[in-house]
Design a protein around this ligand. Sequence first.
Ligand SMILES: NC(=O)c1ccc[n+]([C@@H]2O[C@H](COP(=O)([O-])OP(=O)(O)OC[C@H]3O[C@@H](n4cnc5c(N)ncnc54)[C@H](O)[C@@H]3O)[C@@H](O)[C@H]2O)c1
Length: 330
Amino acid sequence: MKKVLMLGFGCMGRVHYDVWKRLRGVKVAGVFDKNPNALSDPPAKAYGYVEVSDGKPVPKSLRLFGDLDEALRETKPDIVDCTLPTRFHVDTAIAAMKAGADVLCEKPMALDAAGCAKMIAASKKYGRKLMVAQCLRFAPEYAFAKKLVDSGKFGKTVAASFWRLTAPPKTPKGAKAWFFDEKLSGGIALDLNVHDTDIVRWIFGEPQSVKIDAHRRGKCVDHFIVKYGYKDAFVTSEASWAASPSFAFQFGYRIMFEHATVVYDPWRKDALTVYPEKGAAYPAPVKTSSPYANEIKAFLAWTQGRLESAPVCNCDIKKTISLITEGFKL
Ligand SMILES: NC(=O)c1ccc[n+]([C@@H]2O[C@H](COP(=O)([O-])OP(=O)(O)OC[C@H]3O[C@@H](n4cnc5c(N)ncnc54)[C@H](O)[C@@H]3O)[C@@H](O)[C@H]2O)c1
């Protein structure tokens, strides 16, 4: 039985908890959150996110800790799942590994590459497994895009566009509004767009350059487009915190291959559609599933020795963080 300690029980903490509680061979042993009502507050819907917690009350036996050292000492976890705001990822992940736990950490891994390097070094030093919950790598629809590009099934990529558009993020009642402070969240480039930049790198490899066009609201960038420099393909990603609150969160991609166009738009009836060069459009043969459940199951399998190698390479995620924090001139 693997004992799990959750760090953070806000929007993403609740979503992760809903996955952990359904898995066999796992027990959530406690929660560390400075909000004394974290276990009883109704779960808020995370911004930039389509799934929500089931909102069912947590068992009375679930312990809440306001102090990390005490939580680690009392629960002696095998696994720590960190869904704290980004600025706490590095220190808490290192403390957890030092205490002997394997760590799953929400994206973005850290606010800069130096933070990522510290986490990777701690994982080596303490001999613990560390995985970043870069959820899109576990979404069947994005894996499908990678498979098509890798296999060349529809020829070369001519153009590809990825988007992630939402209203300004909200924080749970009483919590510090940290998303708009770029020092705390990394701003929209790191917090929201990390998904698409990571996916672009995962699918197309390292771009030779990046070019940005951004819109600012006050001091904060709230909308921007990245053009990634690849020799043959025209690849962009677009990120927005500028949508109005009634606008549903939208994300997806469109890839024009030489011999087909593939569109992923979760809000359409056939969310993932292939438009071939000849013949009628057809739904892609891909069964959708929760990327959050998939990433947690993969991490658990790795910690249990059912998966030999890390489901996500931390050094690769560090490169995504470097590209954004050092390469993007916003
Ligand atoms: N993978 C995704 O799709 C996705 C979506 C949203 C957020 N995230 C990431 O998940 C992380 C958390 O985001 P969220 O939306 O759940 O945030 P949130 O604000 O909803 O929740 C954070 C929780 O941490 C607690 N907390 C804050 N400071 C603390 C401290 N010093 N000590 C102990 N507890 C503290 C808060 O009380 C709150 O319960 C961020 O890194 C964010 O970028 C990922």
